[in-house]
Design a protein around this ligand. Structure first.
Ligand code: NAD
Length: 339
């Protein structure tokens, strides 16, 4: 069996999870590390016991080691240059979210993947969890009828240092990308418009806007509403957000931690003011791996089968359109159509 030879670009906090995953795959090996800060890569090599060459430039790393795959775990502003350089050097890419810091860049990266015929899949670990799959299953089974409206609440007080502190829209760009992507997954619908109010609440320790409220219309007429804050102290939600899905026959709830459940109306055959409801618990599927490992399992399966991953860049572009549409809407103070 020929092994995937992987270059890990960006040896910071997140890269550790990716390296640990690569090290436990029989069909993969880490061939090189890349970081603009040599010391970061050296420290990383010691931590993960990687006796591999270290480079500053991803193209050079690929050419020197004949690698076929780049893990891009650099910061968002750098994803475009790393991905383009990897394609030019003849490599496939699995990269961290968000794809880029602008929609234009994400479109160029997707076009480059298309033109070069390269594989480019984006980490959306929050859709690879047993509970979110159980919620999807409840909806797919028609347990709550036809979905009309979905809402997600995200309230976390996260005190970061590093690149997020300098972002203009840290919540929407670096975190809500997850929740927006989860909404597309749960609703199995693509967005057509957004109205967003983005702001920085009193007491926020962020420079950019750490809170937002958004309303998305999806192509099938369903509506997704989002309320989020990254500077919310106390009574915090899950990082997966708290979800409510309203359908014609009932409502499904997922608090982002426990198993989802729903309440479904009991048809009495008589006109009633309010229906009696019965609780239906979800069937939680088995998954060998969840989160990052689950998403990487799916990426490698697709790559090995010559198929597009569920989180292929072409699909992920729709989550990016939600992000940049929301930012544009907030800046203009009006509803924006997502073309
Ligand atoms: N999926 C998730 O749940 C999740 C969680 C945290 C972070 N992330 C994402 O992972 C990515 C990295 O985040 P992090 O917290 O590990 O950041 P980090 O700042 O800890 O690490 C980034 C690393 O990239 C290096 N780097 C910067 N510019 C570079 C360049 N031009 N070439 C090579 N290396 C370069 C830095 O020196 C640093 O070592 C971001 O896109 C972030 O949004 C995802």
């Amino acid at each position: 069996m020929s092994k995937h030879k992987i270059v890990i670009a960006g040896c910071g906090g997140m890269a550790g999870t990716w390296a640990s995953y690569a090290l436990q795959r029989k069909d993969a090996e880490v061939a090189a590390l890349v970081d603009i800060h040599k010391e970061a890569a050296e420290k990383f090599a010691v931590t993960y016991q990687l006796e591999v060459p270290i480079f500053r430039d991803v193209g050079e790393a690929v050419r020197s080691t004949q690698a076929n795959l780049v893990f891009d775990t650099t910061i968002p502003s750098v994803h475009k240059s790393i991905t383009m350089a990897a394609f030019e050097a003849g490599c496939d890419v699995m990269g961290e979210k968000p794809m880029s810091e602008s929609l234009e860049d994400a479109i160029k990266m997707t076009e480059a993947a298309e033109l070069s015929g390269r594989f480019y899949a984006v980490m959306q670990n929050r859709r690879y969890l047993k509970q979110i799959r159980a919620l999807r299953h409840l909806i797919d089974q028609g347990v709550i009828g036809k979905v009309g409206m979905v809402s997600a609440d995200f309230y976390i007080g996260a005190h970061f240092d590093g690149f997020r502190t300098a972002m203009k829209s840290p919540l929407i760009l670096d975190m809500a990308i997850h929740t927006f992507d989860q909404a597309r997954f749960i609703m199995q619908a693509e967005p057509v418009s957004v109205y967003c109010h983005e702001f920085n609440p009193a007491g926020s320790w962020y420079e950019g806007n750490a809170a937002a409220i958004c309303i998305f219309e999806m192509f099938d007429g369903t509506v997704f509403s989002y309320r989020g804050s990254w500077c919310a102290e106390g009574v915090q939600t899950s990082w997966e957000s708290e979800w409510r899905v309203n359908g014609t026959d009932g409502t499904a709830i997922w608090d982002g931690k426990d198993n989802p459940y729903c309440e479904v109306i009991q048809q009495s055959g008589q006109p009633v003011f309010q229906h009696a409801v019965a609780r239906v618990d979800s069937e939680v599927p088995e998954m060998e791996n969840e989160g990052h490992y689950g998403c990487l399992d799916a990426m490698f399966l697709a790559l090995n089968q010559g198929k597009r991953a569920e989180t292929d860049c072409r699909s992920n572009l729709n989550s990016m359109k939600m992000v940049f549409g929301a930012i544009e809407s907030a800046a203009k103070g009006q509803k924006v159509w997502l073309t």
